[in-house]
Ligand binder design. Structure first.
Ligand code: SAJ
Length: 415
């Protein structure tokens, strides 16, 4: 380690945004010898963290918190030499373009307090070109020159909820930087916790790479979902067909499901659609296919009720509110999307249950699993939580629609 690097690492690192990415990243840095300040505008969240409690469920997060000896949390931006920005970057529903408000506001607040020479690392996923188009002007507006007074890097996160801590340690990283020296410093800092290779490039390439990764997954999930619809028309078993097709050495089809949720895969492809509308035709269609899946599940529910002579009277229960298994994250969840569509067809009769998401998210939410089962004739498995796998026996005697292909009971309906 060079003397200069040593100095960098011993200086306080400020992580902005204590959400799903910022918090694990801040704790990981602090657990590996870096003094860290975590900043968030939400005072309640900061207080919870300062009291030593994590703010969402994730495997290994509490243990990591215990190891993070040198960390404090505040709502005020401190002066630091390195900032890591991990704030939300939503898209505008009408234009499909990125809404850079939060990330620009965070960088502007940094400019109010940082010394010259500061490195600002953007971890938030951004539409390609956002750093040049929105962030550099915000820095220049404060009288700083990008590339000399202030250094910029883009180190887009790649961790998957449910395996965040392991992936923070192991995943390869792409770091785009304004200068090679900036990239080297960021690489040194990230190698204090990341064992994967850290590849340096320019900012624009790093921006595009990140969006392309999530778009790849979205398009591939859409293919599986479209196959589910095609196979349903002819009463073929899509899961069997995917399993057999995947025996081909160059085929690896993903799994169909009730829709694509989370704040990444269902959002990032829109950045390409918004900025390259005439060129992103496949990507746009894939988005539409994935967004159609909650409606497809609802139609399956109505068909199954009719088949059982329960149209209009069957009591339906949706198991799982989160966007995927074993996380408590509700963002863009297919169940919530379906809830939005459902009221017309099922009225207020439907019940919902999730063993992990305990906050009241929808009306008809039941907190006790046995009460939920007793209250329903048809159970729709929307999320494959470990909990339902362990309690599959409770579904015996019920009509079951399994959108995740995890229930092996006789007579189960699938997508
Ligand atoms: N899903 C399917 N079928 C599949 C796989 C997933 O329907 O075969 C659904 C899931 O149920 C869920 C959604 O897709 O609703 C997305 O889940 P996911 O597990 O594929 O991904 P995320 O959104 O939790 O995390 C992704 C990851 N990106 C990639 O795998 C390319 C993660 O590495 C990124 O860090 C994250 O997005 C992000 O923050 O960008």
């Amino acid at each position: 380690m060079t003397g200069e690097t040593m100095k960098l690492i011993m200086e306080e690192i400020c992580v902005i945004g204590m959400g799903y990415i910022g918090l694990p990243t801040a704790l990981m840095l602090a657990a590996n010898g870096n003094p860290v300040v975590g900043v968030d505008i939400n005072a309640g969240l900061v207080e919870t963290l300062n009291n030593g409690h994590v703010t969402f469920q994730e495997d290994g997060l509490e243990e990591l918190f215990c190891k993070a000896s040198d960390i404090r949390f505040t709502t005020a931006y401190p002066s630091a030499n390195v900032y890591i920005v991990a704030v939300p970057t939503p898209f505008d529903n009408d234009t499909k373009k990125i809404d850079p408000t939060h990330v620009v506001s965070a960088v502007s607040s940094i400019m109010d307090v940082c010394p010259k020479g500061t490195i600002v690392i953007i971890e938030s996923t951004v539409a390609p070109g956002t750093i040049e188009k929105h962030i550099c002007p915000a820095i220049r507006q404060r009288g700083f020159t990008v590339g000399s007074d202030i250094h910029l890097a883009h180190a887009p996160e790649r961790i998957i909820p449910g395996r965040m801590i392991k992936e923070l340690r192991e995943n390869a990283r792409v770091v785009g930087a304004d200068l090679p020296e900036t990239g080297e410093k960021v690489r040194e800092l990230y190698s204090t916790f990341c064992n994967g290779s850290i590849v340096l490039t320019d900012i624009r390439t790093a921006e595009m790479t990140k969006v392309v990764e999530n778009t790849y997954r979205d398009v591939n999930i859409a293919y599986a979902n479209e196959l589910a619809k095609i196979c349903r028309q002819d009463e073929l078993n899509v899961y069997e067909i995917i399993k057999l097709a995947n025996m081909h050495p160059r085929v690896n089809i993903l799994q169909p499901g009730p829709g694509v949720g989370g704040h990444c895969i269902s959002v990032d492809p829109w950045f390409l659609v918004g900025d390259y509308p005439g060129l992103s035709l496949l990507i746009h269609e894939a988005r539409k296919v994935n967004d159609s899946m909650p409606g497809f599940v609802l139609r399956r529910v109505l068909d199954i009720l009719e088949k059982h002579g329960m149209a209009g009277s069957g009591r339906v229960g949706f198991y799982g509110l989160s966007y995927k298994e074993d996380v408590d994250d509700l963002r863009e969840s297919p169940t919530l999307q379906l809830y939005g569509l459902m009221r017309l067809h099922l009225g207020g009769n439907a019940k919902f249950y999730d063993p992990i998401c305990r906050q009241d998210a929808v009306s008809g939410q039941v907190q006790d699993f046995d009460d939920f089962i007793d209250a329903c004739d048809l159970i729709v498995i929307m999320v494959g939580h470990e909990h339902i796998k362990e309690n599959m026996g409770s579904l015996k005697g019920k009509i079951v629609l399994d959108t995740r292909n995890i229930c092996m009971l006789d007579g189960v309906y699938r997508l």
